[in-house]
Design a protein around this ligand. Structure first.
Ligand code: SF4
Ligand code: SF4
Length: 454
């Protein structure tokens, strides 16, 4: 019997993005191949491949950009890749503890605004000594004696009333060899310095613009701003050699002032400090409901990219986008990041412990009964939602099986899928085509010399 010969076709996972005038990047997220080609090659890929020059066809075939495999066979290759990826993976968890849901700021875009309806008593509860014991019992149960990472989140974890709980968590975690990341608004950082000094702590702190704008957005309960305390807190943290992720939440209100944040960071000497890195994170409708300044990702990225021409520092600012992270690694390290079989930590290694003994896996879902995935008090016990979240991959979402962005995207945000469709088995597609066309040329132009040397 004659062997069936499949016709050569462009790989499902080959994405072509114009990076400069006559330069295109062919990015294959299945083979990991990334190549710069010219317009002739792009035209060939879009026409009859049999008309191509053999040397070019051979090259494209070797790199996996064209293939004889059917889409189904390529998807099977993804499964094999996934099995290999997960087989020997040491899956340590990130243990995120919420000392309280309360906060000393009332930012207009905060997801906490919904939780405030639960009342002052609920909101002001601080995790008890008994529950801290239970958290550490749970950590030992899931990760044994492995040294992992503890994150503190909120509400605001660093407040005066949470100090005894935070100290207890830091002491116990440190004695077990864990490192820490604290997601703080930074208001009380100076008061916390005695507690944080000398520890293996990274801080994520938010500055939302120059002082006049920041103080309109990151507001204290008495209506005053928080800029000066936060800036002083960052200075104090850097002086103590603590690492700082400086985050700016961007939307239509402060987008135009992004370059002023960079100018301020430069004047403070933060930009040149290797302990500090800058990130910006667009505020989308999903996190803020009726918040009027939220924007489309693409528009935020377009503005950031155009600002980068006059502010070189923006070339190194991270896009805080999971799909782009795979590509950012390419431009920073010279190789494509690991394929994204699932979207985020909620589908992987995140466990969130709240001050009432409840467990969650998704940041946005905390405090909401519907998002609870179990309890850690009186003992660690998961419910059926836990496995639904953990099993959510591109293999459980039918649309993702045929999607060329699958290995960059991983199925999209599960929380947003639940909000939009009521199901974790639905995809949450972003405007990948538009986003890549904005971001890839920017990354390529700003980092191509480094890339050429790798
Ligand atoms: S969520 Fe949408 S964009 Fe992402 S992999 Fe699935 S189908 Fe593709
Ligand atoms: S599911 Fe979405 S909202 Fe929840 S942690 Fe992941 S990215 Fe964030």
């Amino acid at each position: 019997m004659k062997k069936k010969v499949n016709i050569m076709r462009m790989s499902t996972y080959c994405i072509a993005v114009q990076a400069d005038e006559d330069e295109y990047l062919l990015i294959n997220s299945l083979t990991g191949a990334v190549d710069v080609v010219d317009t002739d090659v792009i035209n060939l890929l879009q026409s009859d491949l049999s008309q191509g020059e053999p040397s070019i066809l051979n090259f494209l075939h070797e790199r996996g950009h064209i293939t004889q495999a059917s889409p189904e066979e390529e998807f099977e290759d993804i499964r094999t890749l996934y099995e290999r990826f997960t087989e020997n993976r040491k899956n340590l968890h990130t243990h995120m503890i919420i000392p309280t849901y309360d906060c000393n700021l009332v930012c207009p875009y905060c997801f906490l605004s919904d939780l405030r309806k639960k009342g002052t008593q609920w909101l002001s509860t601080v995790i008890s000594q008994e529950l801290i014991d239970k958290v550490f019992e749970a950590i030992a149960e899931v990760d044994g004696t492995e040294k992992g990472r503890i994150a503190l989140y909120g509400g605001e974890p660093l407040m005066e009333k949470t100090m005894p709980a935070v100290e207890e968590i830091l002491e116990r975690g440190e004695s077990l060899g864990h490192s820490f990341i604290i997601l703080t608004n930074g208001v009380s950082l100076c008061q916390y310095m005695d507690l944080l000094r000398g520890r293996n702590v990274t801080l994520q702190v938010t500055i939302d613009g120059p002082k006049n704008l920041h103080d309109k957005r990151r507001i204290r309960k008495d209506g005053t701003g928080s800029f000066d305390q936060i800036a002083a807190g960052i200075d104090a943290a850097l002086k103590e050699n603590l690492r700082v992720f400086l985050r700016t939440n961007l939307d239509s209100e402060n987008l135009g002032a992004l370059s002023e944040v960079v100018d301020f960071a430069r004047k403070k000497g933060w930009v040149d400090n290797p302990l500090l890195s800058m990130h910006f994170s667009p505020i989308f409708e999903k996190t803020c409901g009726t918040y009027k300044h939220s924007m489309q990702r693409k528009d935020v990225y377009t503005a950031v990219v155009s600002n980068a021409t006059s502010h070189q520092e923006l070339n190194t600012v991270s896009f805080d986008h999971k799909g782009i992270a795979v590509l950012e690694r390419l431009f920073l390290k010279g190789e494509l990041g690991a394929p994204r079989f699932w979207y985020c930590e909620a589908n992987d290694d995140m466990i969130i412990y709240d001050p009432f003994g409840d467990l969650y896996v998704c940041f946005e879902h905390v405090g909401d009964e519907a998002g609870r995935v179990g309890r850690y008090d009186p003992e660690l016990k998961w419910n059926e939602k836990y496995s639904q979240w953990r099993e959510r991959t591109i293999f459980t979402i039918p649309e993702c099986k045929e999607c060329k962005y699958a290995l960059l995207c991983g199925g999209g945000c599960g929380f947003a899928a639940l909000e939009k469709y009521g199901s974790l088995d639905r995809p949450l597609c972003l405007e990948y085509h538009e986003i890549l066309n904005v971001v890839v040329p920017h990354l390529y132009r700003s980092r191509r010399e480094d890339l050429a040397q790798t």
